[in-house]
Design a protein around this ligand. Structure first.
Ligand SMILES: [Zn+2]
Length: 351
């Protein structure tokens, strides 16, 4: 992948600049940040058997997924399932901190999907309390701001999504800012979740949804119509619908593009060169760059930007524009966005 690439002198210089630039990330799953070390440690500690895994190398092998369904099974049955004690959530806090620091991400909106954990006996309140504490520490000690979006997964149905929303409203902190619809789109059309989203909006929560990741453009239209999502997770099947691309360009609804993740699911892009991100950019659509699940896809945010640069998909100036889109697509206040963008500008102005 991108990190094995030999970089030219110029590319190395750009990568160093990219690291210097304070960045945001808005499509990132907390569980997808759990390192292989963490999962291995939890598996061993709690003696959780995983089919075909008797060493850390086997576990690493499990992460070579080939489809979205395989991915979701790994996410739920292996990663989420390994968490058995409240204290385990400290590992997630630690892995998140390492990742954000390593990539100089200073503001991030991170998905957390509570359902499987709740089914395994955790209380929503205690998980949120742990994650909130981790985020507060990160802010105090490292100046990194984390906000959470509760992922109400399609895989568990509408009633469960409404339950998660109720829990979110009840246990809201300033760090819990919204809900997101995740999971494979074939498992449930956006329309089914309309009431959940209406209620979230009425309660001043931000709403986002995965759409157009493994299903055609109608899924994106429906997400806009029924869920009134402020941002679209992936949205890459829009490439099949000129009218939709026009609409997205006109409304400037941000797309949370995760290039490497999309290559794993292989639905609308098979190589970075035929990924629709460039076409979207040329259509004037508001695209941002994200990783989705760094451990599962073996990718860092820095790698994602470098992959787009070294494959000549975007120029250095355009990459900076993508970073800017990422700043302004967040749910921060306008003043906070402007202040963060100013910090970026200070890094990129010629010496
Ligand atoms: Zn995602």
């Amino acid at each position: 992948m991108g990190n094995q690439l030999t970089l030219t002198k110029e590319q190395k210089k750009f990568k160093a600049l990219l690291l210097e630039i304070p960045k945001t990330e808005i499509h990132l799953h907390l569980e997808g940040l759990a390192s292989v070390d963490t999962i291995w440690q939890l598996m061993s500690e709690h003696q959780i058997p995983v089919n075909g895994v008797s060493s850390k190398a086997d576990l690493q092998g499990k992460f070579q997924i080939k489809s979205l369904d395989e991915f979701i099974a790994l996410f739920i049955d292996v990663i989420q399932n390994c968490f058995q004690a409240d204290a385990d959530f400290e590992y997630l806090n630690r892995d998140a901190r390492d990742y954000l620091k390593r990539n100089n991400i200073v503001y991030s909106e991170i998905f957390f999907a509570p359902t499987k954990f709740i089914l395994n006996g955790f209380s929503f309140e205690s998980m949120i309390e742990k994650l909130d504490r981790g985020a507060r520490r990160l802010e105090d000690e490292d100046g990194i701001v984390v906000r959470y979006i509760i992922d109400v997964s399609r895989g568990y149905g509408v009633d469960n999504a409404m339950k998660n929303l109720d829990l979110t409203i009840k246990n809201r902190t300033k760090r819990i800012i919204g809900i997101g619809l995740g999971g494979a789109e074939l498992h449930g059309p956006a329309k089914d979740y309309q009431k959940v989203f209406e209620r979230a909006i009425a309660n001043d929560l931000h709403v986002v949804a995965h759409a157009g990741e493994d299903v055609g453009p109608q899924s994106i239209w429906d997400t806009l119509k029924y869920l009134k999502a402020s941002r679209i997770g992936h949205g890459i099947s829009a490439i099949e619908d000129e009218k939709l691309m026009e609409h997205l360009a006109k409304t400037q609804i941000p797309l949370e593009i995760c290039p490497t993740s999309n290559l794993f699911t292989r639905k609308y892009a098979t190589t970075i060169k035929n990924h629709p991100i460039r076409a979207f950019f040329d259509h004037g659509m508001n695209v941002t760059v994200n990783t989705d699940d760094p451990t599962l896809f073996g990718v860092d945010l820095l790698d994602e930007y470098m992959k787009l640069r070294t494959n000549d998909i975007f120029s250095e100036t355009e990459i900076v524009q993508l970073i800017r889109n990422g700043v302004y697509a967040t749910f921060q206040s306008d003043a906070a966005k402007a202040a963060l963008w100013k910090r970026v500008e200070e890094k990129i102005k010629p010496a």
